[in-house]
Structures are given as structure tokens and as C-alpha cells.
Design a protein. Structure first.
Lengths: 109, 113
């Protein structure tokens, strides 16, 4: 299968709702990065994790290398959260990232 | 602030022409990377470099060359551009000092007619 599987492919939320995105890895990964790609195509780094959990405002991400997954939770979704979210994982110390195909998030008023 | 910049930001080329995309980083990172992103998909690695003078093939290197003349600069070269190379290209830098977290440039939109 794909080295990085990202789910769901698309997600629609109303403002104020909470939800989560997930990436599953076919092999053990050493780290994961989460990005938001905005409407201008710019990649905005949300999190870098080598293990454990990080929080930043309404966002929270977890990386479990042993269980081969990572999650991104969005709390109290806002209109500006709309965009495409990517996870990318690094499997070796070359720093080479393998990206998932993204989750298109639409937040509705 | 450390940054990764790319030029040009937009490029229209003709089939068979030569295209050079440039990337500059002020992060002082050893590693630099070139990715392409096609509509509806994540980024895919084309070439990368461990430092000045080094280039390595990524996952989809066919049709592309790379050049790393200095720590700061990394170029992607399309010797004979084809319409299938129409895409958005991203450059990134990172290395052990950043724990391999990668920092991305703004992207270059290339259209090959």
C-alpha cells in the first residue's frame, strides 16, 4: 500500500465544531510534519513531531511511531481553517519526506 | 528570520525548452530538497542534496537534473521540458540541526505548453 495514507480525503465542518485527521504509515517513521496549504498554495508548517503530542492553540497533534500513525485534531473550527492539510513522514535520517495526499477541509458558517 | 526563497514564482515554457528553477536558503542547512505537487496530491521528492556539490535522486528524478553550487543555492533543471512537467515545484531545506524538520519555499508554478 501507500507509505502514507491520509484520511479522510475531504471533510466539511461547521464553525465551532471539532474534528480529527489521521495518517497511517506502512512502515516505522522517525518523525512527522503537518502542514496547512492555503488558498494561495503556500505550505504552512503546523507541527513537527518526533514523538508524543503537541498543542498549539486550537490544534493538537499526536505521533505514535510504534503504532504507525499520527493525528491532527482541530477544536472550535474557524473559517480560516479551511484549506488542504498534509501529513509528511520521514523514515530515515536523510530527511526525505513522504507526503500523504491530503485532506481538503471546508469550514462553513 | 531564516527563509527559503524560490525564483521565478511563475514560469511558462515551451515543450523542448530548457527551464531552470532556483532556490535560496538562509537557514544554513546542509540538506535541500526539490518536490513537485500535482493537483489533488501531496508533494513528491525529485532530487535532494546533502551539501554543496552533492545531488541525489529522489523518488521521481526522471527528466530532471539538480545542481548545488553552494550551501545556500539549489537549482532544478529541466533540459527538455515536457507538458507532463507542468506542476507546482517546492524547494525545502533541513538537516540534523533542525532534527530534519523541513522549511519550505513559496513554490514555483511551471506551465509547459
Amino acid at each position: 500500500g501507500m507509505p502514507v495514507e491520509q484520511n479522510p480525503p475531504a471533510l466539511s465542518l461547521y464553525e465551532g465544531a471539532d474534528s480529527g485527521l489521521r495518517c497511517n504509515f506502512s512502515t516505522t517513521m522517525k518523525s512527522v510534519q503537518w502542514f496547512q496549504q492555503n488558498h494561495r498554495g503556500r505550505l504552512i508548517t503546523l507541527f513537527y513531531l518526533a514523538q508524543g503530542t503537541k498543542e498549539n492553540g486550537r490544534l493538537k497533534s499526536t505521533f505514535n511511531s510504534k503504532e504507525r500513525y499520527s493525528t491532527l485534531h482541530i477544536k472550535d473550527a474557524q473559517l480560516e481553517d479551511s484549506g488542504t492539510y498534509f501529513c509528511a513522514a520521514e523514515g530515515t535520517n536523510t530527511g526525505k519526506l513522504t507526503f500523504g495526499d491530503g485532506t481538503v477541509l471546508t469550514v462553513k458558517p | 528570520e531564516a527563509a527559503v526563497t524560490q525564483s521565478p514564482r511563475n514560469k511558462v515554457a515551451v515543450t523542448g525548452g530548457k527551464v531552470t528553477l532556483s532556490c535560496n536558503q538562509t537557514n544554513n542547512h546542509n540538506n535541500m530538497y526539490w518536490y513537485r505537487q500535482d493537483t489533488g496530491h501531496g508533494l513528491r521528492l525529485i532530487h535532494y542534496s546533502y551539501g554543496a556539490g552533492s545531488t541525489e535522486k529522489g523518488d521521481i528524478p526522471d527528466g530532471y537534473k539538480a545542481s548545488r553550487p553552494s550551501q545556500e543555492n539549489f537549482s532544478l533543471i529541466l533540459e527538455l521540458a515536457t507538458p507532463s512537467q507542468t506542476s507546482v515545484y517546492f524547494c525545502a531545506s533541513g538537516d540534523a540541526q533542525s532534527s530534519y524538520e523541513q522549511y519550505f519555499g513559496p513554490g514555483t508554478r511551471l506551465t509547459v505548453l
